[in-house]
Design a protein around this ligand. Structure first.
Ligand SMILES: [Zn+2]
Length: 478
């Protein structure tokens, strides 16, 4: 396969997209048959064993208006074709459950995310509102976005939100732990897409804060999309404003967060990408520690003891801990032994992402101009993207018209000023309800949940991940 996927043409030269796309497809197709070897707690799109036979689909058209909690009981608009395909759970994250369902309007398989118990507290309801607004705001090939939102009941009965997104077959965690060979070309095109999506998010002033392989969904063409914005928030421009530390799965947590920084930047996401890059090369988690202190130990084992000026954002107790610890030299040359794919170019870029000091860590935009990513960019825009177009009638000599902007930014930043005006759950409920109805007015026939579906009962009773499955809390330095 590696030979078949070798890169032969340069940018601007006619490129035969199809064979390459097929290679990527067969790679993922082979993945589908793999038994899952995952820790459910770490994976967003966990495939569950056993299908739940559906008598009819979980979602259906809106067939009548209603103003009470009783959802429509008819399912006449659901056709036999849609009934034949079982609806089933495909995973869950910290703040929601995801099912694979059929959109009855077009027969397409899509992902339906249920955000339950939205209005338990002001904090949780604002977080859900922010996540939904982000999903509706994002318009980028490498960022998961909302295709639709299900019509809510009357505001008095409004408890749960159902969002429809594109259905993705796998994620980077599943791919990394599978026995499937990962070529240099795979690594390059995956890393390129992670950075391309992240450049867009950062340009919208959004910090993802939980970039990990399980949050990087991959479809059968190897197109990658960043998902799960449950922990995402807008960048805080004022360094004196404290930010929450309940972020980022520990293995991918940046050293400044481990050291109790009260304020942090988009560089935390770049650190996570560096960890994932190392994991793609070595096929194992780069810094796999049991506790936040041990996590810091593993990082300094590789990078060496940081200088005092590299720990300016750290809290006093963390700085003292570092000063007491034995001095370490860096061992960055060990990165060359991650795998044969850890070439000089790869390690050069990796070392710029894994920089202790966040202000010296490479930005996403600068990382994208590193020569290591040139081939990933070429592959992506030659046969995977939607922004470049193939031209000509001869299928053997397909000219490609490339987009003028390979890595577009968001046209405007994501706004979060609306959050400040929300002071009660009642108020959030009303605003959120209104927001969903505004989204619906732009879309086609509204979809509602079909409570008569056999699968609905399981879906309705499915809950969010247990607290024990959430990432460990940061170390208490005080
Ligand atoms: Zn393109």
């Amino acid at each position: 396969m590696q030979q078949a996927m070798s890169m032969t043409s340069g940018m601007g030269i006619a490129y035969q997209g199809t064979p390459h796309a097929q290679n990527m497809q067969s790679f993922l197709a082979a993945m589908q048959g793999q038994p899952h070897m995952l820790n459910p707690s770490t994976n967003y799109y966990q495939r569950l064993n056993g299908h739940i036979p559906a008598q009819n689909a979980v979602v259906q058209h809106q067939t009548s208006n209603y103003t009470s909690a009783n959802l429509p009981q008819t399912s006449s608009s659901v056709t036999g074709t849609q009934e034949a395909i079982p609806d089933r759970p495909i995973g869950y994250g910290a703040f929601g459950v995801v099912w694979s369902v059929t959109d009855p309007r077009n027969g397409k398989r899509v992902a339906l995310k249920k955000m339950p118990n939205v209005f338990q507290s002001l904090v949780s309801s604002k977080r859900v509102f922010r996540e939904l607004k982000m999903l509706c705001f994002f318009k980028h090939e490498n960022v998961l976005s909302a295709l639709d939102v299900l019509q809510p009941p009357h505001v008095d009965y409004f408890q749960e939100i159902y969002v429809i997104t594109e259905l993705m077959q796998s994620d980077l965690h599943k791919i990394i732990v599978s026995p499937q060979h990962l070529s240099s070309d795979h690594i390059k095109v995956f890393l390129y897409q992670i950075l391309r999506g992240l450049k867009y998010l950062h340009s919208a002033r959004v910090l993802h804060r939980d970039i990990k392989p399980g949050n990087l969904l991959v479809n059968s063409n190897c197109v990658l999309k960043i998902c799960d914005f449950g922990l995402a928030r807008v960048e805080e421009p004022d360094p004196n404003v404290a930010m929450t530390q309940e972020v980022v799965t520990q293995y991918y947590r940046a050293p400044e967060i481990l050291m109790g920084a009260k304020h942090y930047t988009a560089a935390v996401d770049v650190w996570s990408v560096g960890c994932i890059f190392g994991e793609l090369l070595g096929r194992r988690i780069l810094f796999q520690a049991q506790t936040p202190i041990q996590q810091l130990e593993l990082i300094t084992d590789l990078l060496g003891t940081p200088n005092p000026e590299d720990m300016l954002t750290a809290c006093d107790a963390a700085r003292k801990h570092m000063a007491r610890s034995p001095h370490k030299m860096n061992s960055l040359t060990s990165l060359y032994s991650l795998s044969a794919q850890a070439t000089h170019e790869a390690v050069h870029l990796l070392c710029q992402m894994l920089v202790f000091n966040p202000s010296r860590r490479i930005s996403v935009t600068d990382a994208l101009s590193h020569p290591y990513l040139d081939e990933g960019r070429l592959r992506y825009h030659s046969c995977m993207c939607k922004c470049c177009k193939s031209q000509g009638t001869n299928p053997n000599i397909t000219a490609r018209r490339f987009t003028p902007d390979f890595e577009p930014v968001a046209p405007v930043p994501f706004q979060d000023s609306w959050e400040q005006d929300l002071t009660s759950t009642r108020q959030v409920r009303e605003k959120l309800h209104q927001f969903i109805l505004e989204q619906l007015s732009n879309s086609e026939v509204p979809l509602v949940i079909n409570p008569q579906s056999a699968a609905y009962k399981s879906f309705a009773s499915s809950t969010v991940a247990h607290s024990s499955e959430l990432p460990p809390s940061p170390h208490n330095w005080e």
